[in-house]
Design a protein around this ligand. Structure first.
Ligand SMILES: Cc1ncc(COP(=O)(O)O)c(C=O)c1O
Length: 408
């Protein structure tokens, strides 16, 4: 052998990256299924409802067109980008140039990972609230940068304290990632918070990344006044004055349109930043399948009524689960949006030096209800588990009954 290496090795960045942990409990799930136990899976945030038949038809019709069977238009189907811009203006009151300010993505996750490859240099910093949606950390680290974790604390309702970022971190940071409604905590922020983030990023010349995966999944509160803007309804970062100079925002079709399997999302924002992401992606992929983009147009055309109906279904689930978990004596933050409950593990686990993985394993083995150990979302998740509201109400009811009798 002429090579100086003993074997074929992956990069150190990849070797050192913790395993993507959503599958950690899969082996136990399989064992239980083999024993004939019914698993109620509240782990992955993959919506349970089927994609609308109109969208599926648009996909079939789209793929039947010979043009769409070839490589896609790199920069995206103009009609899809125009449809996204129409949605965006209707939803957030912000006008975008579809050519320069909108880029279709193969799901928002790849865009969030790739933006780091477009902007990070070796040793640069990204500030991420933590616990985090995994790609917020992984994109930067795989691109050679480092992350500064800003802890999300229950006493701050899991909202990242921007005033707590040390000056030397701000001076070294290249990117800040925000994501509210938040996965995994369900926390939401108001417009004043986004304004503060924009001002901070402008002062320190930091690229502001807003992951708005749950733009249309948010919850009413009993004290919302009829006619007023509901407190939890998310704003786009681009509604904030000055954000267009420094921000990019990520949207997905996976959640509100139940299209996780088709892999469709889009980025919007400052034209130079969007075009830089596009430039990076031309080196890596061929853009998004055009039949899928046609399905995306049909999805947006389902309209406000469809999006509202999906939102209200999650609202029902949230209200029910919140009541049940509270009755069980669990101290949970009431989610203002997204699809998750972030639940502290019982104190006796901490006393016995056990963590979220032990608690999730015990719940799964005893009740057949699958939840995600909080460590999946970084070290600040160690003492939590996450429940996703991704089963129909009848299944959720059974899951809550099982959990209640187990914890009792
Ligand atoms: C906060 C957040 N961002 C992005 C995504 C990824 O969405 P997509 O399916 O568009 O890649 C998810 C999925 O769970 C998410 O929770």
């Amino acid at each position: 052998m002429k090579s100086p290496y003993h074997k074929i090795l992956p990069s150190l960045r990849l070797v050192e990256m913790p395993e993507y942990a959503f599958g950690q409990l899969d082996a136990i799930k399989e064992e239980l299924k083999a024993e004939g136990k019914e698993i109620i899976d509240l782990s992955l945030g993959s919506p349970d409802t089927q994609t609308d038949p109109i969208v599926l038809q648009a996909l079939t019709d789209g793929m039947a067109k010979p043009r769409n069977q070839k490589y896609p238009i790199f920069s995206g189907l103009p009609a899809f980008k125009e449809k996204c811009s129409e949605y965006f203006e209707g939803r957030f009151g912000v006008k975008l140039d579809p050519k320069e300010q909108i880029l279709p993505l193969n799901g928002s996750k790849e865009g969030i990972a790739h933006i780091a490859f477009a902007y990070m240099q070796e040793g640069h910093l990204t500030i991420i609230p933590s616990p985090y949606y995994p790609v917020h950390m992984r994109g930067t680290v795989l691109a050679g940068g480092n992350v500064y974790e800003l802890p999300l604390k229950p006493e701050n309702n899991f909202i990242a304290d921007l005033d707590a970022i040390p000056e030397d971190v701000l001076l070294r940071a290249r990117m800040l990632i925000l994501s509210y409604p938040n996965n995994p905590t369900g926390a939401v922020v108001d417009k004043a918070y986004l304004e503060k983030a924009v001002a901070l990023c402008k002062e320190y010349n930091i690229l502001l990344i807003n992951d708005l995966a749950y733009a249309d999944i948010w919850f009413d509160e009993p004290d919302d006044k009829p006619g007023d803007r509901p407190r939890n309804k998310p704003h786009s970062i681009l509604e904030v004055r000055g954000a267009m100079d420094i921000a990019i925002e990520f949207h997905t079709f996976s959640k509100v349109y139940n299209m996780a399997g088709m892999r469709l999302g889009f980025a919007v924002g400052n034209p130079d930043i969007v075009q830089t992401l596009y430039k990076l992606k031309t080196n890596i992929d061929y853009g998004v399948c055009m039949g899928v983009q046609e399905a995306g147009i049909a999805a947006v055309n389902l309209g406000d009524d469809y999006r509202e109906q999906v939102r209200l279904e999650y609202q029902n689930r949230r209200d029910y689960i919140y009541d049940e978990l509270t009755k069980m004596g669990l101290k949970v933050n009431k989610p203002g949006g997204a699809m998750y409950f972030w639940i502290p593990i019982p104190k006796r686990y901490i006393d016995e030096n056990k963590n979220s993985f032990d608690f999730a394993t015990d719940i799964l083995e005893a009740t057949g209800v699958a939840v995600v150990p909080g460590l999946t979302f970084g070290r600040y998740g160690e003492d939590y588990v996450r429940i996703a509201m991704v089963q129909p109400m009848d299944k959720i009811k059974i899951a809550m009954e099982r959990l209640a009798s187990y914890l009792a």
